[in-house]
Design a protein around this ligand. Structure first.
Ligand SMILES: [Zn+2]
Length: 380
């Protein structure tokens, strides 16, 4: 199995670490496990990129630019905000410093064009191979139940009405019977909901994301770039409007975030705990109900991850490259060399061609990379 190395240089406004440090880490990693493709982003202080690109390309590997789509956008672009079903603006969420998990409205054409505008403004002179699009979704349950059902701005409400969703009934159900928004069954990678109006609502919510992703991907393809998507693990993806099967038609590869040990957004323990909390008031044990739907003892287990990847391989039009943690962040992601090695071994057994060492090669990863080398699951 080959790897893709994910490198976080900083968010748009952040100053990146020195180019020397980044190059040294990358060289050291290549020494351990051989040259690999990289995903790198998304600071606009772009003097680091050129040397990185030269280094990776001289080793015959590809560079994907990491860009967020519907969150973490610079305020000076005036993105159209998201309104929750109560008519309030969505609140932000900061777990790690400098994070901003405020989501913008995905059906706004202005917002859909922002990642392309940012690319044209800051990155178009670089000889990139592709873009890796992150945050192509609605907000998750981490921001509370009231923010987890997508956008209810007039534009989005119109989209729902067009496909026959009765928004009055949806609002009534959200206020009186939030448990109706919990699935009863799994259908491929999508959830099904007993209440037909809720089922239609979730489908429309996902279609808003799929349509937007299609337009954005086409814009990048017009610029001569390949497109890949960062998506949630299937157990939670559909809640946030990610219809993985449909999205895969627009991508070269899909990277599900199989973060089984991360207690921060996109980490499975974190997202499942917030899902539990969000539904707690309606007496629902959300995480245990999901376990029943998937027939697993824990949705953070290696076994549950295997099942999700196997389902993706069976239904995606694009390559499936699972992402798992390679970095260690005390208290947030207490990683061990054995964890990464186990993930690599299991995914390799499933026939995975590449896996993504996430989400930041620059954050204490050397011991864990060495763990991969011990398993022999590398391509040096
Ligand atoms: Zn909206």
């Amino acid at each position: 199995m080959e790897y893709i190395l994910q490198i976080m240089l900083g968010t748009f406004m952040q100053k990146p670490p020195g180019t020397e440090k980044v190059l040294r880490t990358l060289e050291q990693t290549y020494d351990r496990i051989g040259p690999q493709d990289i995903i790198v982003g998304w600071t606009t202080e772009n003097e680091s990129y050129k040397q990185l690109l030269d280094f990776v390309h001289s080793n015959g590997k590809k560079v994907w630019l990491w860009l967020p789509v519907f969150s973490e956008l610079p305020g000076d672009l005036s993105p159209d905000p998201t309104y929750n079903y109560l008519g309030n603006l969505q609140k932000g969420l900061e777990v790690l410093p400098n994070e901003d998990f405020r989501f913008v409205c995905p059906s706004s054409l202005h917002n859909q064009m922002l990642s392309l505008r940012l690319f044209d403004r800051h990155f178009s002179s670089l000889s990139l191979d592709g873009v890796f699009l992150d945050k192509i979704r609605h907000a998750s349950f981490a921001g509370g139940l009231e923010h987890a059902f997508g956008c209810f701005c007039p534009n989005c409400q119109k989209r729902y009405a067009e496909v026959g969703v009765n928004m009055g009934q949806i609002r009534h159900l959200l206020e009186e019977h939030p448990e109706a928004f919990f699935p009863s069954a799994l259908d491929g990678l999508r959830y099904r909901f007993d209440h037909p109006e809720v089922d239609r609502f979730y489908r429309a919510k996902a279609d808003i994301i799929t349509d937007a992703a299609g337009k954005i991907a086409a814009g990048f393809r017009d610029r001569g770039l390949m497109v890949a998507f960062d998506v949630f693990a299937p157990v939670v993806a559909y809640f946030m409007g990610q219809d993985i099967e449909k999205l895969s038609k627009e991508a070269s590869f899909m990277k599900p975030m199989m973060y089984r040990i991360t207690h921060a957004p996109a980490g499975l323990p974190f997202e499942l705990e917030h899902l539990d909390q969000a539904f707690a008031s309606s007496g629902y044990k959300a995480a245990s109900l999901l376990q029943r739907i998937w027939d697993k003892e824990s949705m953070c287990s290696a076994d549950a991850a295997d099942e999700q990847i196997a389902r993706m391989q069976g239904s995606c039009a694009a390559s499936v490259y699972p992402g798992y943690e390679i970095n260690g962040i005390p208290g947030i992601c207490d990683n061990t060399p054995d964890y990464a090695a186990e993930c690599a071994k299991r995914y390799s057994k499933l026939g995975v061609k590449k896996s993504v060492l996430s989400w930041n090669l620059l954050a204490d990863t050397d011991r864990n990379i060495s763990g991969l080398k011990r398993t022999g699951q590398y391509n040096a």
